[in-house]
Write a protein that binds this ligand. Sequence first.
Ligand code: PEP
Ligand code: MN
Length: 339
Amino acid sequence: MLLFLQPDSTEHTGEALLATLREAGLDGQWVEVQPRRVLRLHGQPRSIEWLQSLAGVLHAVPAERPFHLCLKDTPAQKTTIRVADHSIGGTEPTLIAGPCAVEDADELVGLACALKRSGAHLLRGGAYKPRSSPYDFQGLGRDGLKMLSDAGRAAGLPIVTEAVDERSLDEVLEYSHVVQIGARNMHNYALLKRAGACRLPVFLKRGFAATLEDLLLAAEYVLEQGNPNVILCERGIRTFSDHSRFTLDLSIVPRLQDLSHLPVFVDPSHASGRRRSVAALARGAIATGADGVMVEVHPHPENAMCDGRQSLDPAEFELLAEQIRLLATVRDGQGETVL
Ligand code: PEP
Ligand code: MN
């Protein structure tokens, strides 16, 4: 185990902690993880809860999972990420909306303008699509990036789009405001490192079979390379449940919010795979404390080349955006009731 000490801890706090551990038959050794004090524990503790309850201990983390950059130093610590004139992780929930894939330039401009009018903060759309089948539409590549960038500019919306490998990351960096790393690439450590070395915020989606720790370790790869701007996104995991495409694990939202200072998002579209479930799950995400949602919207979902069954139409998105704004005022205490 690694024990991360509170940021205001002194040498005296550390010595007192070591003494308590020794009384319990354990021992420890200081390790250098600037700027924090970190103690590597020797011996088998009673429980992690007991360790966390000891004076001066901020986090107790298994040594084989030694993330620390993504953890909070204080309960109130929060990373906010400025994208154009919007703050991700700030007081207002962030709405990211757009089609699964970039398809048609004119249609995308019309959609982007409608989304902006409804209150979206970022425009999404894949130009490089990581599809489960090699026979499915793989995206328009650089042409798609240009179309997304033009549509974003026309509507006054910054854009977020996915890089599927190191080559596409270089292209995405030329056009996008935020780079997305998808669920299938959450374990692609070479890609995470490259994203960590770039200047754009990284929208990191949870892998289908990734635990909370796996997700935080993936974020740690980016942070460790010097990029402080990571957004975590729950997008559904595989379970035995077969009534929806994936199982949306909303329970990870308050856990992540407690542990990490990084903004936490939810994607109800890929999680449910079902248009009629998307708004309810998005509202649930906001009620659970998410900093924002990413939702697929298509002008004609029935004709979409990709993920039409889970895409809202612009009118449905407009209604959802209104509901989310209302919910957030209640959640954050500006309404009459505080959740
Ligand atoms: C996407 O957002 O376009 C996408 C492919 O999502 P995920 O990586 O969560 O499957
Ligand atoms: Mn999709």
